[in-house]
Design a protein around this ligand. Structure first.
Ligand SMILES: [Fe+2]
Length: 246
């Protein structure tokens, strides 16, 4: 059985990572129960969250290779860095969200914030994608999006424009703006996250760091963003988050 056959047989990401097929860290002992994909992507313990789907299930839009490195190397490194930074401090027992909120905009805590937020942002990103995603949003959500953006075409155009115009590394988000009472598109640079902005409720995330797409799309960020939007965007996750925010 080759690697892909194993993945399709449902062996899952942990087993694949444990093979060390690409030199990735062994995560076989990562408890699946560490995943806490609450509506806001909540995670109450500083542990590596599991992916919500099999590592190869986003192919061909995102390869198992990209997911493996992105999750097993990049996100894992953010978590490892965070654990080192908070070890022996009161933050060691805090939730990811509370660490983010207590360190945001504090220059002396920037490294802690960056690593905590990158763990949270990535978990939220994984849940924003689904092998059954893309296509049209559910009816009720479609009506909200049409009200807030004029049409689904305008929404897509603005979302992709945001993805293309984010200078350097960062994220594009669908978020609910409590003050404005509407869904908006917003961008954050580096590890920035709408979770730390009181008036915003994150609904979906698009990672536009190069590591998210370079293995599959090289420098073609817009092709990556378009493919994800059309084929993987988890509208049910958006809808669930919106319902919890209002
Ligand atoms: Fe990333």
């Amino acid at each position: 059985m080759n690697r892909r056959d194993m993945l399709r047989a449902g062996a899952g990401v942990s087993a694949w990572l444990a093979t060390g097929a690409t030199g990735l860290p062994v995560l076989a002992n990562t408890p699946a129960s560490a995943v806490l994909p609450t509506g806001a992507g909540g995670q109450s313990r500083l542990e590596m969250p599991a992916l919500p789907w099999d590592v190869a299930s986003l192919e061909p839009v995102i390869s198992a290779n990209t997911v493996g490195f992105h999750y097993g190397k990049h996100q894992r490194t953010y978590l490892d860095n965070l654990l080192k930074l908070v070890k022996g401090t009161p933050l060691a027992d805090a939730s990811l969200e509370s660490i983010m909120r207590s360190t945001a905009d504090k220059p002396e805590s920037q490294a802690v914030f960056n690593n905590a937020a990158q763990v949270w942002n990535h978990t939220f990103y994984w849940h924003s994608l689904s092998p059954k995603g893309g296509g049209k949003p559910p009816k009720e959500l479609t009506e909200r999006l049409e009200r807030d953006f004029g049409s689904l075409e305008v929404l897509k155009k603005e979302f992709l424009a945001a993805a293309g115009s984010q200078f350097g590394s960062g994220w594009v988000w669908l978020a609910f703006d409590r003050k404005a009472g509407r869904i908006i598109i917003t961008k954050t640079g580096n590890a920035g996250s709408p979770l730390t902005q009181d008036q915003l409720v994150p609904l979906a995330a698009l990672d536009v760091w190069e590591h998210a797409y370079y293995l599959d799309y090289q420098n073609r960020r817009l092709d990556y963003a378009t493919a994800l939007y059309d084929k993987l965007l988890n509208w049910q996750f958006v809808s669930d988050n919106l319902q919890k925010s209002t």
